[in-house]
Design a protein around this ligand. Structure first.
Ligand SMILES: [Cu+2]
Length: 116
């Protein structure tokens, strides 16, 4: 009887630990936390990042004008559409490789996501 209670207690503890967000993010198979890229002063910052397949990027527009995250012809991800000033948009990257993108309104705004 005492043993049963003790093992029940242990099970409860280990469940609590594995449910912690920090532990989950360390697991290789688990989806990693999104990366943040800002659109600030007409630049993507950082303009090059490396992520894992299936990971997403949150683009935050800190400018007062709208921007887009539009894939180049050879890139594979869903275009953001218009992201108004002060708003943000999450893009999921499901294809491995170099994904180049630009802003429809400001072609000099360019960025790259390397998906591994
Ligand atoms: Cu723009």
């Amino acid at each position: 009887m005492l043993l049963a209670w003790a093992s029940l207690g242990l099970a409860t503890i280990s469940m609590t630990v594995s449910a912690a967000p920090n532990e989950a993010s360390k697991e290789h198979s688990a989806t990693r936390a999104p990366i943040i890229v800002t659109m600030d002063a007409f630049q993507f910052q950082p303009d090059e990042i490396v992520i894992k397949r299936g990971q997403s990027v949150i683009f935050i527009n800190k400018d007062e004008v709208p921007h887009t995250v539009t894939p180049d012809k050879k890139a594979h991800f869903i275009p953001s559409g218009i992201i108004k000033g002060g708003e943000q948009h999450e893009v999921s990257f499901e294809s491995v490789g170099v994904q180049d993108y630009s802003c429809d309104f400001h072609p000099s705004m360019r960025g790259r996501v390397i998906v591994k």
